[in-house]
Ligand binder design. Structure first.
Ligand SMILES: [Zn+2]
Length: 425
């Protein structure tokens, strides 16, 4: 055998050996992936078997975008709005601070600029006397924006779906702003436009009180309807929200308001923090006949229902835990589809929390529970954020189209408003 034949032969042996090793590896990967350790699995694109480890791997790519966090009202109540006195790097009271947001794989959230309903005697039957509500709402927006600005390495104000995504890609927590109740508009659609200019991207149509625009579901059963859903003025508000690109949020609304609004809105809608009534029967949760209005069919609209963690909306007293919250997620997914469910914890706005979901660091525990129930990484990514982003993109497109078509701003006045008379000049 000459040198050339010798080297051809050894090359053959090497290649046959390598091929055998390759085939053996392939067979192993296809048939015995369950034998791989959780340390190796992510390197070849597999999820760890341990659902908690799997949750963390998925959430690196698909962090949580929470529909409703009440940090600004905590700052109002505990710090009199003084943002300079707040240290979000340290352990904060209640449920939210930067270290726990990072531990919980949070990629973004709506900062709720919440102001409570006025007492009936303060605002009168026509909702016209509570003159402090717009002021306090502006203060809540100020708290949110100033806290976002105070921690530029952590937070980034986001006003579009693209801005949410670029904040997340940059390692920041995308910070959106929502208003929790149209009573905060002071009966004025002009105020809506100015809130929009300050970055507000959803308005919940009601809080626990009826207002000039729509009926609330109240807090306890038995609230007496005022408009039987939306008022005529409320319909005009939705027209303007669609034109601007402000999401219509149906949490807290009555069933009549929700079913009328989801049909009327040209843009997809949200429930920023609501769970499923079939799982726990309280007025604040969404009933199946409303969930059935979500979808692409005739008479349906796109939406995302972001599940609330408030124990009193999750389960009977003492029974709210991770499994019960997962039951709400799965029920909404079963009735409306997995593309229509999200997370809207209400952290900092609730006085107690479900067992195992004590604060913003615990979202991975909920994700692990759903993985153990068979949710795959795409389902999870929808739940944690991409369902909300799709809905935001839908609303942005509707606004763009309406503006391109020359739709004029709404200047309707609340008919019970005592000021702004037309005068002969
Ligand atoms: Zn709420």
């Amino acid at each position: 055998m000459n040198d050339k034949e010798e080297s051809t032969r050894s090359r053959k042996i090497v290649w046959t050996g390598l091929t055998l090793v390759f085939i053996a590896a392939l067979v192993f990967l296809l048939g015995f992936t369950h034998l791989l350790s959780d340390t190796v699995a992510p390197w070849i694109g597999l999820l760890p078997k341990d659902p908690h480890k799997a949750a963390l791997v998925i959430m690196q790519q698909a962090p949580v975008i929470d529909g409703h966090i009440d940090l600004p009202i905590l700052i109002r109540e505990a710090y009199a709005n003084n943002v300079t006195a707040v240290d979000l790097e340290a352990l904060m009271p209640r449920h939210v601070d930067i270290p726990r947001l990072r531990k919980g794989h949070v990629g973004g959230f709506f900062w709720s600029a919440y102001v409570g309903c006025a007492k009936r005697e303060e605002e009168g039957d026509d909702f016209t006397d509570a003159t402090w509500i717009v002021r306090d709402t502006l203060e809540q927006i100020d708290v949110a924006r100033e806290l976002i600005a105070k921690y530029p390495d952590t937070f980034q104000l986001a006003t579009t779906s693209d801005e949410v995504q670029s904040a997340i890609y940059g390692g920041k927590i995308a910070s959106l702003i929502g208003i929790e109740g149209a009573h905060q508009l002071g009966n004025s659609i002009g105020v809506l436009r100015q809130y929009y200019a300050l970055g507000v991207r959803y308005v919940t149509l009601t809080h626990i009180c009826h207002n000039a625009f729509a009926d609330s579901c109240g807090y306890l059963p038995g609230i007496i309807p005022l408009h039987h859903g939306l008022s005529a003025f409320g319909r005009r508000l939705i027209n303007e929200m669609n034109r601007l690109g402000v999401l219509v949020d149906l949490s807290h609304t009555s069933d009549e308001t929700a079913s009328q609004a989801i049909r009327l809105s040209k843009a997809p809608v949200i429930w920023s923090h609501s769970s499923a009534r079939a799982v726990h029967d309280v007025p604040r949760n969404v009933p199946d006949n409303v969930l059935e209005l979500i979808g692409k069919g005739e008479g349906q609209n796109d939406a995302v229902v972001m599940v609330n963690f408030a124990p009193q909306f999750v389960a009977d007293e003492g029974k709210a835990n991770i499994q019960a919250v997962a039951d709400h997620v799965e029920h909404i997914a079963k009735v409306a589809g997995k593309d229509h469910v999200g997370i809207g914890s209400d952290y900092d706005g609730i006085s107690s929390t479900p067992d195992g979901l004590e604060d913003v660091s615990t979202y991975p525990a909920l994700i692990a529970e759903l993985i153990s129930r068979g949710w795959n990484k795409y389902d999870i990514a929808g739940l944690t954020g991409s369902n909300l982003l799709r809905v935001m993109k839908g609303a942005e497109k509707v606004a763009k189209d309406l503006q391109a078509a020359g739709t004029l701003p709404v200047y309707d006045l609340y008919h019970k408003r005592p000021d702004l008379p037309y005068r002969e000049l």
